[in-house]
Design a protein around this ligand. Structure first.
Ligand code: PEP
Ligand code: MN
Length: 340
């Protein structure tokens, strides 16, 4: 971190600032120039709040030269993080495909979709039991019953289950869930993130609707700073001025996140576009740019889905898409994860 001081800062003011900075356990280095003075901070500056420094009377500007996240930073953890989920490995050179319905609606719907995605080669099953809907009048999910249905689907197919948590008070219900998803709308629910940081389960963390990559990594940092290092980041499209698609898929986020962080990166082309016909091309694009996993909505009867039917693939469409995903994954040297 570099702090540029205002012209005319007195020695007393500079000394006061330097002594305030010592509380953060960093080395301070004052460089006196002709026109202005600069303080360079060396060490772990993640604890220092830029705004508090900027608020000091004698500070002209303050700039970070290192990222404010530490646990999620590849600089301090050069190896890819590989997260094990019932024998599957997310990260580290293979591709996982998490597929299933937007919402768990009925046992029949979830199980038939689960069997179909498994047959097509999906490696995990998704399904929302608690649904964050824009309207309070839309279907809100089956809750606890939805999780029970997912567990049955897991028993039948062997696919690990991924499902979203919305409320901290529901955490006990997720005891048997394999991967807990944090949705885009909760990506800065810091109380929830911290609590998930204290549990021992993989967390699939979605990027916020307007979240920058740094904010997304800081959300991951919230989880990791409490001890849980099993975080999978998910690019699911961001809000832009474009209205032709539900969101705008930021594919550049994938290689950039992987450069900045060692955490595995997933892409959700379903919520990114909202349009079923765009799911295949963007899945292929996501694999090409290096994602570790895809999350794709599939429904046994999209026209009658209780949520997100327009972006859901039919089992037949998904099977076709999977053939191309597998070919692309092979081509990119990151073959589909196979679980013995
Ligand atoms: C979901 O995956 O079910 C979902 C609601 O996604 P997002 O949080 O990305 O909107
Ligand atoms: Mn959905």
């Amino acid at each position: 971190m570099v702090i540029v001081l205002k012209n005319g800062a007195t020695k007393k003011q500079i000394d006061e600032l330097m002594s305030w900075l010592t509380r953060f356990d960093v080395k301070t280095n004052l460089v006196e120039g002709v026109h202005s003075n600069i303080i360079g901070l060396i060490g772990d500056t993640t604890q220092i709040d830029m705004e508090s420094v900027q608020a000091k009377e004698i500070v002209e500007t303050v700039k970070r030269v290192q990222e404010p996240y530490k646990n999620a930073n590849r600089r301090f953890h050069p190896e890819d993080t590989v997260i094990e989920v019932r024998g599957r490995k997310i990260g580290g050179g293979t591709l996982n495909v998490i597929a299933g319905p937007c919402s768990v609606e009925t046992e029949e719907q979830t199980i038939s979709t689960a069997i179909a995605v498994k047959e097509a080669g999906a490696t995990m099953l998704r399904g929302g039991a608690f649904k964050p809907r824009t309207s309070p009048y839309s279907f809100q999910g089956l809750g606890k019953e939805g999780i029970e249905i997912l567990k049955k689907a897991r028993d039948i197919t062997g696919l690990p289950i991924v499902t979203e948590i919305m409320e901290l008070t529901d955490l006990d219900l997720f005891e048997d869930v394999d991967v807990i998803q944090v949705g885009a709308r909760n990506s800065q629910n810091f109380t929830l993130l911290k609590a998930l940081g204290r549990c021992d389960k993989p967390i699939l963390l979605k990027r916020g609707l307007a979240g920058t990559l740094q904010e997304t990594l800081m959300s991951a940092e919230y989880i990791m700073s409490e001890g849980n290092t099993k975080v999978i980041i998910c690019e699911r499209g961001i809000r832009t001025y474009e209205t032709a698609t539900r969101n705008t898929l930021d594919l550049s986020a994938v290689p950039l996140l992987k450069q900045k962080s060692h955490l595995p990166v997933t892409v959700d082309p379903s919520h990114a576009t909202g349009i079923a016909s765009l799911v295949e091309p963007l899945s292929l694009g996501a694999v090409a740019v290096g994602c570790d996993a895809l999350e794709i909505e599939v429904h046994n009867d999209p026209k009658n889905a209780w949520s997100d039917g327009a972006q859901s693939l039919t089992p037949v469409q998904f099977a076709e898409t999977m053939k191309k995903i597998k070919a692309m994954a092979e081509f990119c040297g990151r073959p589909l994860d196979v679980c013995e």
